[in-house]
Design a protein around this ligand. Sequence first.
Ligand code: ATP
Ligand code: MG
Length: 420
Amino acid sequence: MDWAGKTLGIDFGTSNSAAGVCVGGAPYLIPIEQGAQTLPTSVFFGAGSKEMAMGSVANRALIAGEEGRYMRALKSVLGTSLMGEARMFLGKSMTFYDIIGLFLAQVKACAEVQCRQSFEYALSGRPVRFHSADPERDARAQADLTECYARAGFKGVRYVFEPEAAALATQAQSGQGLSLIVDIGGGTSDFSVFRMGDGVEVLASSGIRMGGTNFDKRLSVDHVMPLLGKGALIRKEMGKETLPTPNSMFQKLATWEQIPFMYAGDVKRDVARMQRLAVDPVPLDRLYTVLDMELGHEVAFAVEAGKIRANEADAQINLSVIHKGLGAPLSHADMAASLREEVEEIRIGALETFKMATCRADDITRIIFVGGSSLLKPVQEVMAQTCPSAELAYADAFTAVIDGLALGSADPMRYGRAPA
Ligand SMILES: Nc1ncnc2c1ncn2[C@@H]1O[C@H](COP(=O)(O)OP(=O)(O)OP(=O)(O)O)[C@@H](O)[C@H]1O
Ligand SMILES: [Mg+2]
C-alpha cells in the first residue's frame, strides 16, 4: 500500500470539520465550503429530498424552518448503541454509519474535485478518549469511525490524537521547556505535554469526554429548561397530589444529539398530558410548542449563541423562536457558576496528563490553547491558575488540529497509527 500523495487529512469534529493536505511543507486547508476553512458538522435531510445537505447549507435549512430532519454532534454517537439504529432517510433505511459515511464521502469528493486528484486514504484526528474511563466503548468508537471511513470509500485510515496534531502545527510557538496543548472542542477536552527535540516529542496525551456541547447542555438545563417546565408541578389524574415533571426529558432536549428523539409521538403525547394537568400550564405550553414545531435545535443554537455572548459580557439567551420576547438572562458570573463542575473536570483532566508525563503543573512553561471552547474565559482562567509558571499562547482555535493533520498527511506512516 502506498499512501504517499493519496492521503487526505481530515478533522471530523463534533461541531466543525475540515480537510487538508501538505503543500510545499505547509498545511493547505481545502475549502469544502466556498471561502471557509472549516464546515459545521451538521446534516439535513429535507422531506422528500433525494440528497443529504451538510454544513452551513444544513444549518440554513434548519433556520429557514424547512421540513426535514436536522442532526449535529454526530461524532458523539460513535461507540454508542445508537450507531446501528436504522431510520428512513432519502427514501431508504439508514444508520449513523451511513450518515457519517455520507458526510465523509462528500468531504472526500469535494476535496478531490478541488485538488484534481483522488484520495484513497485518510489521516484522521481522533480525541484521546471518545469516552472517558471506558476503554471498551472507546475502542468501539474508533472501530465505528473506521467503518464510516470505509463506507465513505477510503481504502484505509490512520489516526492521530487531536492534541498531538495541534502540537505538530504549533511547534513554532512552543519555545524551550515543556508545552501543554489544551484542545477544548465541542465534544472532548484533549491535552498533550510535549517538548521540542528532534521534532515534536510528546511526553503524554490524555483527554475526557467534555466540551462545548456539554457546556451548552448545562446552561440549557440551568437557564432555559425551567422556562419549559423543568421542575414544574403536575397534578395526578386522581386526587390532589402533585409530582414534578420528569427530569430526563429536559436533559435529552438539552443534548444536541438526542434532540431528534424528543419529537417521537409518545413523547409528545406525554407532554400533552402533563400540559393538561400542570399547576401552571404556561411552561408546558412552551415545551409542547418546541416539540410540536421541532424547535429543539433552534433552542440549542440560541443557548450556544448566549454562551458565546456571555463569555464577553452579561447577556441573554434569546428564545423568541418559541415565543416573541421570551429570553433567559445569562450574566457572565451565572455562566461561570453553572460551568464550575465542567471546568473542574477539565482541570483534573490536565492534572492526569501531567501525572502520565511524570511532570508537575509547575514545570509547564507554555500553554497553547486550541479548540473553540478554549476561548471560554473560565477555562483559560483555571488553566492559568493550574500552571502558574506557564506563558499563555493562543493558536488558531478552529484550525490548529487540521493544520497538523494536513502536515502529517505528507507522511501518514510516520504520524498516524493504524486502527487496532
Ligand atoms: N467564542 C467562543 N467562546 C466559547 N465557546 C466557543 C466560542 N466559539 C465557539 N465556541 C464553542 O466551541 C465549540 C466548537 O469548537 P471546535 O470547532 O474546536 O470543536 P470540534 O473540533 O468540532 O469538537 P471536538 O474536537 O471536541 O470533536 C462549540 O461548542 C462552540 O460553542
Ligand atoms: Mg476539535
